[in-house]
Design a protein around this ligand. Structure first.
Ligand code: NAG
Ligand code: NAG
Ligand code: NAG
Ligand code: NAG
Ligand code: NAG
Ligand code: NAG
Ligand code: NAG
Length: 672
């Protein structure tokens, strides 16, 4: 009995002591958190998640909340990629090999000859022949650039080759075919190779001892991959990217538009398509893309060799509902070879995949990333290069498919490392945006998935040594708000580094005069508009869901009216159905960083709202960010900035306008 009383007293003392500790911890919150979690993306609590009554132990878990960015004007919360909600949706995808056979013919680069040599693997031949006796022959057909920049020619006839064949310098691509010598011949194996053939450096381009060393820049891109989904689907790749020399721009926020084109265009040109249309030319018009001062033109002028490669010709950044290039844009340009691969090899689509998964006996992306590898092997030790290598096919349609590709991508990085490429090259490992439609977007953190593409920058050791202030700035900027336009300026900065110190300064991002190179510290108080990021895409300021109050439901119908007016204005009324509200998924109000709303909404006449709703026509989903006046009921918004949050592929086949396609439900596609 007495011991129980003692016990009781003890535990109440303990309780008081614990409560005291908790209060202490709360009073000293910032330093306490830093101690617990030193890499913490810095962490005082933001008002929108933590209830203002303190002292509840179960809340202290929320207080350890981490951030990608935590500055005075911007708080981008860190999202647990393995959250319960996400894990309910996530299932890793199975890697499907394109072929189980070993390669019969290997193309091996001989650095002394500076030529590719074809090696026929006899053991594989015996296996495929089921015999060590039988004879076989190998032939190739050359793939050449066609007359137009985007086309190819296949040269006839097939050329016979034997062991140790030295590929002529003019051959940049080939399809090969080995077959038995009997009649009729049986095909043993078909394959395809694209070559980065060595080109001598013009004397004028040779560096003099007065010019600083020029770093090569390689951009390795994967379509549709947020930093959150990278961590979820490719944890091994993410682990690799945490290694020395790598910096993750955790505050990198896409600037505009739904899809790849405007976001990549911003990086490569410093313009939005609208501003380019005003000041240079209309990117929808044939020939315009040739006129745009793309970054590779500046690199070329600074005597860099340039390359561009992408897979999936119909969804290419510059060709999906865009005219593409009419002149070959870069020194090495992969697109004609891609067209040949798509036309001349057996294409395999994985189950449910729209894009081509295998071309011939290899993965679609392997041609692109192998082209990248050869480009670096050929040149990085000798002269500066710039290249962009981009894959759509495995990540664009199924946002969990990168899980199947993680060993492939990690393998690429390890290959580049083994080749020594990272001793010389700045690498940008990046995406254009995150998931744009589907169930992941229904999660509370869905808007972050969409807006926060992965962005990693690698600086080689010599560069870090030569420019310690730039690497220090890049390190700091990992947790500052940054954008595509900053990356554009960084590329220009790199070009300037290789020139004479008093050489001409290059024009910076046209669309964002307040943007800067990531090699300079970004201001602590930077806002989205200062980084060229539109309100609708800005992840800096939190939103709070408003319950189904009658008045908040007045916003979506106003947005829908504006969409219908848009169809009239764009002369699309005869093709696109007017839309009408089915139901509202959710309405949120922007809370601002400093407001502590204790459950109650303050009375504001105008505020920024985000509303996500479904229309009756084909159950299409949209999300709009608007300024709404609660008294006058006026909404301010630009219809072309509304997000479409489910697939529009089957809804807008009657029009080609890249933007209107997001909103138009064609009469011809209406489902009853
Ligand atoms: C502490 O917070 C939890 C979860 O919000 C709640 O269930 C619990 O009632 C709270 N306890 C106190 C003492 O406020
Ligand atoms: C490779 O082998 C696996 C397992 O035997 C088989 O399921 C798959 O279909 C094969 N793939 C090809 C392309 O032959
Ligand atoms: C070797 O054997 C496999 C399996 O029996 C057969 O499909 C293939 O056609 C044979 N190859 C040749 C060259 O006869
Ligand atoms: C490249 O150099 C040429 C010749 O000096 C010049 O006309 C052109 O404008 C330059 N291009 C860029 C993008 O700087
Ligand atoms: C569609 O909406 C526009 C704009 O509000 C309106 O002018 C037009 O009459 C509507 N059309 C139909 C068929 O309701
Ligand atoms: C729509 O059509 C009218 C009349 O044909 C024309 O004047 C107007 O420029 C067109 N508007 C657009 C956006 O194409
Ligand atoms: C909007 O107005 C309604 C009354 O019409 C009011 O209840 C509500 O709090 C207001 N909302 C805001 C955010 O001010």
């Amino acid at each position: 009995m007495s011991s129980r009383i003692v016990g009781g007293r003890l535990s109440s003392k303990w309780l008081i002591f614990c409560a005291f500790l908790v209060i202490l911890m709360i009073l000293h919150m910032p330093s306490w958190i830093d101690e617990i979690d030193p890499i913490a993306l810095s962490a005082t609590e933001s008002s929108f998640l933590v209830p203002t009554h303190g002292g509840n132990l179960s809340d202290s878990k929320a207080m350890k909340k981490k951030y990608f960015v935590h500055t005075s004007k911007c708080r981008i919360p860190y999202i647990d990629p393995f959250s319960e909600g996400a894990m309910k949706l996530y299932s890793p995808r199975l890697f499907i090999p394109c072929s189980n056979e070993s390669e019969l013919v290997s193309a091996i680069y001989n650095p002394n000859l500076r030529r590719y040599v074809l090696h026929i693997n006899q053991a594989v031949a015996h296996q495929l022949l089921n015999s060590t006796e039988k004879e076989f022959n190998c032939f190739y057909r050359e793939i050449k650039h066609g007359k137009k920049a985007d086309t190819y020619d296949m040269l006839n006839p097939s050329k016979y080759f034997s062991q140790g064949y030295v590929v002529p310098l003019h051959v940049e691509g080939m399809l090969l075919d080995c077959e038995t010598a009997e009649l009729p011949p049986i095909t043993l194996q078909k394959d395809a190779y694209m070559f980065i053939q060595y080109r001598e450096m013009p004397a004028a381009a040779k560096p003099t001892k007065h010019t600083p060393r020029k770093p090569s820049v390689i951009m390795y891109g994967i379509d549709t991959l947020s930093r959150i989904n990278l961590r979820r689907t490719m944890p091994l790749v993410h682990e690799y990217l945490r290694g020395p020399g790598w910096y993750e721009m955790q505050g990198y926020n896409k600037v505009v538009g739904d899809n790849s084109f405007p976001n990549i265009f911003a990086i490569l040109s410093g313009y939005s398509p609208e501003k380019a249309k005003e000041h240079i030319c209309d990117t929808d018009k044939s020939g315009c893309l040739d006129e745009i001062p793309m970054i590779w033109k500046y690199f070329k002028n600074a005597s860099y060799l340039t390359a561009y490669a992408e897979d999936e010709s119909s969804s290419n950044t510059f060709s999906y509902l865009k005219p593409g290039f009419s002149k070959t844009p870069t020194d090495y340009y992969f697109r004609p070879f891609l067209r040949a691969l798509e036309e001349e090899t057996v294409n395999y689509h994985c189950p449910g995949c729209r894009m081509v998964y295998c071309m011939g006996r290899r993965l679609a992306n392997s041609y692109v990333y192998d082209y990248c590898r050869q480009f670096m092997q050929r040149y990085v030790k000798e002269r500066p290069i710039w290249g962009m290598f981009w894959s759509n096919h495995f990540s664009h349609d199924d946002y969990f498919m990168p899980s199947a590709m993680q060993h492939k991508v990690l393998g690429d990085l390890l290959d580049y490392e083994r080749d020594g490429a990272f001793e010389d090259t700045i690498m940008i490992f990046f995406a254009d945006h995150g998931v744009r439609y589907g169930t992941l977007l229904d999660l509370d953190e869905g808007y972050l998935e969409e807006r926060l593409p992965m962005m990693f920058i690698y600086l080689p050791p010599w560069f870090r040594e030569q420019y310690p202030e730039y690497s220090a700035a890049l390190e700091l900027n990992q947790h500052r708000l940054s954008s595509n336009f900053d990356l554009h300026n960084t590329l220009k900065h790199i070009i300037e580094l290789g020139g004479t110190p008093d050489g001409p300064k290059l024009p910076k991002s046209f669309d964002c005069p307040t943007c800067q190179s990531l090699f300079y510290p970004i201001g602590e108080s930077r806002t989205c508009s200062e980084a060229g990021i539109e309100e609708h895409w800005c992840t800096c300021e939190p939103y709070k869901t408003i319950g189904y109050l009658g008045w908040s439901n007045r916003i979506a119908p106003r947005v829908i009216e504006r969409m219908n007016e848009y169809f009239v204005h764009k002369n699309l009324s005869h093709l696109c159905s007017n839309v009408s509200l089915h139901y509202i998924h959710k309405t949120e109000i922007k809370t601002g960083l400093d407001i502590t709303w204790n459950g109650e909404l303050p009375q504001l006449e105008t505020a920024v709202y985000r509303t996500k709703f479904k229309v009756q026509q084909n159950s299409a989903d949209f999300q709009a960010t608007v300024v709404f006046n609660n008294i006058t009921e006026v909404v301010e918004l630009d219809v072309e900035k509304i997000s479409r949050t489910n697939s529009y592929k089957e809804d807008s086949t009657c029009i080609n306008d890249k933007i209107a396609k997001l909103y138009c439900i064609c009469f011809s596609d209406l489902k009853s």
